[in-house]
Design a binder for this molecule. Structure first.
Ligand code: NAD
Ligand code: UFG
Length: 342
């Protein structure tokens, strides 16, 4: 059985579905601070099978000990964490407590239960402002520009030390680039509880007139059209990457790092243009100054994941945008009361 922390969230729910569809038994631990258990109802409908669910906190050692004693857990996927960059600047301690201390507590409970296989949600943010593109796993780790980024880097350091302390550990640090998109059924997707920070969720709400206009944060970057470039990745591809990492870790102990990205970057204006084509109308936009902490460009060299995991992204930008748009139209308020009936 796989313990999935944060399994009710955006990426976690897609991973739980992929695990169930591949025959795994799944136990989700989530405190629902940024999600709803409705996502797991949707997962159940899609998989034809229900994951076990415990509402609780990954920082609680007594709870973790109880779960490891009660269920035949043999590996963990650790998604539980806080991810809003701006909020992390205002509330750094909450971010370090959840993302760093939560990871420490989880590793302690795992060691106690002698469960040594762990897949961790890291982020391309650990590279900081990389000098060369594309970014490979051997690139120097950068200086994150906010507490969220620091918390991910610190959690990576914790896991690296833990892996070096005992050869039974098999830990995969998955450095995601920019996950977007939704399940093609329109049943699972990203459901921000507040005004979105990220480009695509914001754009989706502008398209439904839930927000007035997209603010383009800077058109004076040293990029071909002046707007920021990122490596957008379909969340279903990302979820599949987790399964392949898990398979590899079963054969290869130690600590491994894999970039999960497409290897291709798109600017804000390129995403906007592609999105307008999908939606069939132009979006209201305004150009604003650069957002503090943003970097000009960031895209992956995903060849290590291809060679070692046999993983590569299959879904292109158009597919990501179409799937995201379907999700948004069917669930304009996320998993809320007037979401599509399941
Ligand atoms: P999300 O907020 O949708 O999912 C995180 C889940 O963790 C939520 O369901 C939340 O309720 C749960 N959670 C938070 N704190 C918890 C705690 N203390 N105990 C138990 N559950 C808790 O976010 P997501 O986009 O699915 O991200 C999943 C992971 O991937 C996070 O660790 C995030 O930092 C990382 N990540 C995300 C992105 C991205 O752009 N979405 C990029 C890189 C890395
Ligand atoms: N952008 C806008 N307007 C918006 C939102 C974003 O112009 O309303 C621009 C940004 O300036 C950037 C690009 O769109 O150039 C992408 O921005 P996102 O906020 O969607 O993504 P980021 O690359 O800034 O950050 C994401 C995650 C972080 C993670 C980082 C690296 O939010 O958690 O990728 O993995 F750390």
């Amino acid at each position: 059985m796989i313990l999935v922390t944060g399994g009710a969230g955006y990426i976690g729910a897609h991973a739980v579905l992929a695990l169930l569809q591949n025959g795994h038994e799944v136990l989700v631990l989530d405190n629902l601070c940024n999600s709803s258990s409705a996502s797991l109802e949707r997962v159940t409908r899609l998989a034809g099978r229900r994951p076990q669910f415990v509402m609780g906190d990954v920082r609680s050692r007594p709870l973790l000990d109880k779960l490891f004693a009660a269920y035949p857990i043999d590996a963990v996927m650790h998604f539980a964490g806080l991810k809003a960059v701006g909020e992390s600047v205002r509330e750094p301690l909450r971010y370090f407590e959840t993302n760093v201390s939560g990871s420490v507590t989880l590793c302690q409970a795992m060691a106690h239960a002698e469960v040594f296989t762990l897949v961790f949600s890291s982020s391309a943010t650990v590279y900081g402002e990389s000098e060369t593109m594309p970014i490979s796993e051997s690139a120097a780790l950068g200086l994150p520009t906010n507490p969220y980024g620091h918390s991910k880097l610190m959690a990576e350091h914790v896991m690296r030390s833990v892996a070096h302390s005992d050869p039974r550990w098999a830990i995969g640090l998955l450095r995601y680039f920019n996950p977007i998109g939704a399940h093609p059924s329109g049943l699972l997707g990203e459901a921000p509880k507040n005004i979105p920070n990220n480009l695509l969720p914001y754009l989706l709400q502008v398209a439904l007139k839930q927000l007035p206009a997209l603010r383009i944060y800077g058109d004076d970057y040293p990029t071909p059209d002046g707007t920021g470039i990122r490596d957008y990745l379909h969340v279903v591809d990302l979820a599949e990457g987790h399964l392949m990492a898990l398979n590899r870790l079963r054969k290869q102990p130690g600590i491994s790092t894999w970039n999960l990205g497409t290897g291709r970057g798109y600017s804000v204006l390129e995403v906007l243009k592609a999105f307008e084509k999908v939606v069939g109308k132009t979006m209201p936009v305004c150009v604003e100054p650069r957002r503090s902490g943003d970097i000009a460009q960031c895209w992956s060299d995903p060849s290590k994941a291809r060679e070692e995991l046999g993983w590569e992204s299959k879904r292109d930008l158009n597919c990501m945008l179409e799937d995201a748009w379907r999700w948004q139209c069917l669930n304009p308020n996320g998993y809320g009361a007037d979401a599509m009936a399941v």
